[in-house]
Ligand binder design. Structure first.
Ligand SMILES: Cc1ncc(COP(=O)(O)O)c(C=O)c1O
Length: 438
């Protein structure tokens, strides 16, 4: 057995300090803190793959527009609760340009990141009908969204889509929807953590069932058009970002500035509510508010109560970024393609040393190289692998925390620096020697 790059006692001590009995359940923040502590104690650099934070400079288009807006004095004014009119217009145009879906500016509502978009959507969806009190997750997923439901005291159900791709999705979804308690279905596409991308035939199943069972689809497009297998970067021209919006009227699209525009710090996104859903009245609103439609309750009741709108200057930034993208002047995908290039190099190293990709295909097509990928090692559970890799100075989160039923880890490419491929190569060579696959 060769010595591990970081001494075991350093890692074990750090883990003990955080009182983590089961490493498979360690949160992103805990893994990050343990890695930081071990790095400090050992003086050895970690290859950090646990956090999903954009590692690139913010879009210059956004920064410039925001500075100008601030210099023009908008900071002293409350933003329009419905959203900055220019942003609403540009968001509707962006949706047409990159998804090929028609939506009115009225339904395009700025939020302080998709995080607030899902929180407000979960609340609104849960208030529509008293008998529909549960949100259904097509997992794996973004753990904080479940925390949002726990915070608001709402119920959720979940299944791992791993064994239910393609046609199998229909029966699985119907099993839940037939019970009549589901108000909304949520998933991300491309998916955090697995980077699988649901295909049109799967989105059609979700959309048609949403119409049939009268449930709302919350389509989280946090990684907008970042399936780099096809170039979705030309406005008003196919291929487009796939969307359930082509298959049902019961949808809310959540578009984030955080990853596609590297604008996470300013907390800006747009929630795009379909025209039909925006104007639909629900019995639950009558009882609670004395009336209202999905759109008016979402904006004038829920968002108003949460934050009275979204940071004024960030709305100017988002409007400018969407406008420049739809004009074809700002090739936003070119700026983030580097995540895919990193994933390709990292995956190649892991695979060469005996690892395998956990979520590895979309109905037979190899998953794209992008922001995240998932890895497993023969004979190791999620918790064992996550902890073991810490001894080799590699930090990643266990899939257990994402609602996945598979054994493995989520690795994020956003913080990888150029010199770290050699580091990973050296460390995984030792890992493979110490853990021969029989
Ligand atoms: C699937 C998913 N949804 C939403 C978010 C949060 O987006 P925002 O920064 O716009 O709140 C993330 C961020 O990691 C994510 O991975």
């Amino acid at each position: 057995m060769r010595n591990t790059p970081i001494s075991k006692s350093v890692i074990d001590k750090a883990i003990e300090k955080f009182a983590i009995a089961d490493f498979s359940k360690a949160t992103i923040r805990e893994v990050k803190a343990i890695a930081a502590e071990a790095e400090e104690a050992s003086g050895i650099e970690f290859i950090k793959m646990e956090m999903g934070v954009p590692g690139l400079p913010a879009s210059a288009v956004g920064v410039q527009a925001e500075i100008e807006a601030l210099q023009n004095g908008i900071a002293s004014l409350y933003p329009d609760i419905n959203g900055l009119p220019a942003l609403k217009e540009e968001a509707a145009r962006f949706v047409k340009a990159f998804i090929n879906v028609d939506i009115s500016p009225e339904g395009c509502v700025p939020v302080t990141g998709s995080m607030q978009g899902t929180f407000a959507s979960f609340l609104t969806c849960s208030q529509c009908n008293p008998q529909k009190d549960t949100i259904l997750f097509i997992d794996p997923g973004f753990p904080v969204q479940k925390q949002q439901l726990v915070v608001m005291g709402q119920k959720y159900e979940t299944f791992d889509v791993y064994d239910f791709r393609g046609d199998k999705l229909k029966a699985k979804l119907e099993g839940y929807l037939q019970k009549g308690n589901i108000s909304a279905i949520v998933y991300s596409n491309p998916n955090n953590p697995s980077w699988i991308c649901l295909k049109d035939e799967e989105l059609r199943i979700i959309g048609e069932l949403a119409t049939q069972y009268d449930v709302i689809v919350l389509e989280d497009l946090a990684y907008f058009a970042m399936d780099f297998r096809s170039d979705m970067g030309t406005p008003f021209q196919a291929p487009f970002q796939p969307s359930v919006a082509h298959y049902t009227d019961n949808y809310v699209l959540l578009i984030s500035g955080s990853k596609a525009f590297s604008y996470a710090g300013q907390r800006i996104g747009v929630t795009c509510i379909s025209d039909k859903l925006y104007h639909r009245a629900y019995p639950g609103f009558e009882v609670r508010y004395g009336g209202g439609t999905f759109g008016t309750v979402f904006i004038h009741r829920v968002l108003y109560a949460l934050s009275s709108g979204t940071s004024h200057s960030a709305q100017y930034a988002m409007a400018a970024m969407m406008k420049a993208a739809s004009n074809g002047e700002y090739k936003f995908l070119n700026e983030v393609k580097v995540y895919g290039q990193r994933a390709q190099k990292l995956k190649e190293i892991f695979l060469r040393y005996g690892f395998y990709l956990v979520y590895d295909n979309d109905l037979g097509d190899a998953v794209a190289d992008g922001f995240y990928f998932t890895i497993g090692y023969p004979g190791m559970t999620s918790g064992v692998l996550a902890k073991e890799l810490m001894y080799y100075g590699v930090s990643a989160i266990s899939l257990v925390t994402t609602g996945s039923k598979q054994e493995g880890l989520r690795a994020c490419t956003s913080f990888i620096k150029d010199h770290q491929y050699t580091q990973l190569e050296e460390r995984m060579a030792i890992f493979a020697e110490n853990h021969p696959v029989v």
